[in-house]
Design a binder for this molecule. Structure first.
Ligand code: SF4
Length: 324
């Protein structure tokens, strides 16, 4: 047998093996792509459902509203805008959206990104240029935290812009985890049982501020931003460190989520299920005037018993005393 013929005969089986392997790899890749597309579609539907639900529960948007969406360039505000635009297409009511970005003149802020993105999207927008960065740097001594003055200045500017644009609602991108973090911060460090409301009247009494992402997990906005490829602008351009206490609370919640699934959800549900008579705030419940009126109340307090959280509540099904 010549050398040439030998080469051909050894090469043929190798090619024959490669073809099916390629097909198999292609099939696997297609399946993987289909699975990812399905997951992404589910994520989009979930975000629409949760945002729609929050809007409905708190009556956030009404017929004829002009919603000013505050877009910082972070993942959450991009997600808010994207989902609100989808919901506007489907809503039985008419409302307008105008996007506002406040360019605070932070070092290295890329001013071209948002106008390009919003023009491409075809949504009405306004970029407000105000150098709050210099003001904050001038007034706050080096090393001191700048956030409180910075956000006060930002708030004032956004209220003024809302007036100028005739906006009836100001929409912010805070999500469920922001609300919970604020709740824990207030409780751990401020001695208050107070979160971040889904809807509130602004401190100047003139504007309605809404948080349509109130039911959305941060994990979902992170993934949605990846899926959609939003042109994210980093949030640390001002050079301020992220609040250490907030960072710790975020880590605590992520840890709970891993170790005790459902705990964070349960705490969030508790925020909509408050019993002032079972707390200690005399401004919310008239403890001092409380009187026994002699009327039985099946929902009333059971005084000395443990709350039957996870044990059966029907008398017949409770554990016999002698077994305890
Ligand atoms: S992190 Fe920077 S931009 Fe944000 S509120 Fe604080 S100082 Fe302002």
């Amino acid at each position: 047998m010549s050398e040439a013929i030998m080469e051909v005969t050894t090469a043929t089986p190798a090619t024959a093996v490669e073809i099916p392997a390629n097909i198999e790899a292609q099939k696997l890749a297609r399946k993987k792509a289909e699975k990812i597309a399905l997951e992404n579609n589910k994520l989009h539907k979930r975000l629409c459902r949760l945002v729609g639900q929050a809007i409905g529960d708190f009556n956030m948007i009404e017929e004829g509203d002009k919603v000013m969406v505050c877009l910082s360039g972070g993942k959450d505000s991009y997600a808010l805008l994207d989902i609100l635009m989808t919901l506007r297409e489907r809503a039985p009511i008419h409302f307008d959206i105008v996007v506002v970005n406040l360019d605070q003149k932070q070092p290295n802020f890329p001013p071209e990104i948002l106008p390009a993105y919003l023009t491409e999207l075809g949504v009405a927008f306004h970029i407000e240029n105000q150098d709050t960065y210099s003001i904050v740097k001038r007034l706050i001594p080096e090393g001191k935290t700048t956030c409180s003055l910075c956000s006060r200045l930002r708030r004032g500017i956004l209220y003024r812009v809302a007036d100028e644009l005739g906006a009836t609602k100001i929409a912010l991108g805070h999500h469920r985890d922001d609300i919970l973090e604020t709740f824990f911060l207030n409780m751990f460090f401020g001695g208050k049982l107070k979160g971040m409301p889904a809807k509130l009247v602004s401190d100047d009494g003139k504007h309605m501020v809404i948080r349509p992402m109130a039911y959305v997990k941060e994990e979902d906005t992170e993934r949605y931003a990846e899926v959609k490829g939003f042109p994210i602008i980093p949030c640390d351009l001002c050079g301020s460190q992220e609040n250490l206490q907030r960072k710790q609370i975020k880590a605590m919640m992520r840890d709970w989520d891993k170790k005790f699934p459902g705990r964070v959800e349960s705490i969030f549900s508790a925020m909509s299920n408050v019993a002032p008579s079972h707390l200690m705030d005399g401004k919310l419940f008239g403890f001092t005037d409380l009187k026994a009126d002699g009327l039985a109340n099946p929902m009333g307090d059971i005084a000395f018993d443990e709350e039957p959280c996870s044990t059966p509540t029907t008398f017949g099904a409770t554990i016999p005393l002698q077994a305890v």
